[in-house]
Design a protein around this ligand. Sequence first.
Ligand SMILES: [Mg+2]
Length: 280
Amino acid sequence: MKQLINDLKKIKLAIFDLDGVIYRGDKLLPSVDKIIQDLKELSIKVVYNSNNSTATRQMYVDRLKKYNINSKISDFYTSASITASEITKIKQNSKIFVIGEIGLREELKAMEHTIVSNEGESDEIDFVIVGLDRAFNYKDIAFAQKSILKGKAQFYATNTDATLPIANGLLPGAGVMVKAIEICTSTKPIKVFGKPDPCGIKSILTDNKVSPKEAVIFGDRLETDILAGNRAEVKTVLVLTGVATYEMVEELKIQVSQAKNVDEDLIPDVIIENLNKIFI
Ligand SMILES: [Mg+2]
């Protein structure tokens, strides 16, 4: 992959997806700690962009520390942190009903929003925000439904990933919760802030003062990481240690060449087997 390392010489910022790229389930992928260190030694800034909204950014710092990777909170952009900053641009000090876990709740609270429980007043809710919630329940669905249909609440989501990869398989992803609210309200989220929307990657570029040409994204999913990267016009590298396979990309290329209705932005610029290939 000589071409990739040559291209990296122009790169100032490397954006890594986490699950399926840095680790898989609770295991660090082979040699990733060393690769991150090597990139930093080439003066490439490393940041992380995950669609998983369940953990706080401090939890990610602690997790990478366990894997011998040093990082700080500002190196992480999760769909929860991106949602919190984007929602704050829409309305400050709002009342929010959250279907989601500690990561999303803490990011919203840190931006001075009030989280209302499902025992609260549904007509006071400004936003219903839906992310992955592994304690998702009927009472929450009913409260979200009432806030949107009878109240004034606007419906937003962190991400719509269908699945959540774990060490030895898959669990249901945030998309399952989003669909539940869509079906019972006959509405779709006004916006989904996580990948493939490029707003997160654009914020990363702005915060780090780099142009799209100076950045690269490494991801394992075509419909989130690669699509978002291409939409933000950064170089996209598919890493085959997670969800997508080489065959999926080949199939897409065939469909594009046959002028089928396929988004060309799903196709990565480069495919590598694993992150070790950056330097081989
Ligand atoms: Mg991933």
